[in-house]
Design a protein around this ligand. Structure first.
Ligand code: SF4
Length: 361
């Protein structure tokens, strides 16, 4: 097995026979984000290497507090103060986003990289109509368009995201819409410029009920294919990933702990944390729903007080006392396109999916 350098890791972590197209659109290399803490800086994103290929849906999964949303914010240049990106590179279509001016980054954001957030009610401005909020993006990124053209484009985009009677909806306010339609409006806003290469969706279905969740996921899959864009789908819920992603990255305590194609990952997860997430999935045949984390004892560790070794140590049934506690595992290649950060992945028994009796229901 190969212990890798960051650049090698990123290159190889993009490989997967499950991706619809080859080659990275974005390469995140050795990314590090820190916040000041009472006892010195706290590293919330630690040496993250990850590639997002052209035209693929990459699922990023982990419990709350694992760093998923901070990784998304880093990509968009939106790390909240007093946090800082303290190392690494984010290459997007050959540009290093971390070396760009605020103005250039603002231009890319909403035009070539867009985001959809969990709670559309807090993302939409309650005092402006849906029409104002959709066309405002065009006013910023497509100033050459006339008002009439912007309105026509907004109606066209609303139709594309499955909003009925779009012309009537333009004059409505967010509180007049259901949660599902508000999320469709957010997706329309994200894609309105028509040139998005990467859509970041951060827990986009978490606030929705199960039926609407399935519809919105289906919409994402359709739009991703129609626009040939890449998508980073962030969720705490592996069942969301199972329905949509071509590849999956699992994050824990600010680090990537496993990356693989969706099929190899679901058939044979190697990291004990990923296996715990799998055991949190609903029973086969059950409708998709929020997964529970009851299969993994304990909670995500305090990032300000991590052990020198594996951050999953306290929760891991497979830990080897000295090695795991004292030495941080590196990301190793277990198979083509399958990477895992665990000292003991070779020693674990082959993966057994949870039986219907033991799976969370
Ligand atoms: S390195 Fe050790 S503690 Fe960490 S996940 Fe692997 S076996 Fe468990």
């Amino acid at each position: 097995m190969i212990a890798t350098t960051p650049s090698r890791k990123t290159e190889v972590a993009a490989e997967s026979g499950d991706s619809p197209t080859s080659g990275p659109l974005m390469e995140i290399q050795a990314l590090e984000v820190r916040f000041p803490g009472n006892r010195g800086p706290v590293t919330v994103i630690d040496q993250v290497d990850l590639a997002i290929n052209h035209g693929e849906i990459l699922g990023l999964v982990g419990e709350s507090g694992c760093g998923k949303s901070m990784l998304a914010r880093s990509i968009l240049g939106l790390v909240p103060t007093p946090g800082k990106i303290t190392g690494g590179r984010i290459l997007f279509e050959r540009d290093d986003l971390l070396n760009m001016s605020t103005q250039a980054m603002r231009q890319i954001r909403g035009d070539r990289i867009a985001i959809v957030l969990q709670e559309p009610m807090t993302s939409l401005d309650p005092v402006f109509t849906v029409g104002n909020q959709i066309t405002e993006v065009l006013a910023t990124h497509r100033p050459e368009m006339t008002r009439h053209e912007r309105r026509a484009r907004a109606i066209q985009m609303m139709e594309q995201v499955g909003i009925q009677f779009p012309a009537n909806r333009l004059s409505q306010y967010p509180h007049e819409l259901s949660g599902g339609i508000r999320q469709r409006v957010m997706i329309a806003i994200a894609l309105i410029c028509g040139d998005v290469r990467l859509l970041v969706a951060d827990e986009p279905t978490t606030a929705l009920d199960v039926t609407i969740q399935a519809q919105i996921l289906e919409l994402f899959v359709q739009l991703q294919a129609k626009h040939s864009m890449a998508m980073l789908l962030i969720t705490h819920d592996l069942s969301v990933i199972a329905q949509t992603a071509h590849r999956v990255a699992v994050m824990y305590a600010g680090r990537i702990v496993e990356v693989a194609g969706a099929v190899p990952l679901f058939d044979g997860p190697l990291h004990p944390y990923t296996r715990g997430l799998m055991h949190s999935l609903p029973r086969a045949g059950a409708r998709p729903r929020k997964s529970r984390m009851a299969a993994i004892p304990g909670t995500v560790p305090n990032l300000a007080d991590l052990p020198p070794g594996c951050p999953f140590f306290d929760r891991c049934a497979h830990r080897a006392d000295d090695l795991c506690l004292e030495t941080m595992p590196v990301l190793e290649q277990a198979a083509r396109g399958h990477w895992v950060r665990c000292h003991r992945w070779r020693d674990l028994a082959p993966y057994e999916p949870p039986s219907p009796q033991t799976a969370a229901s």
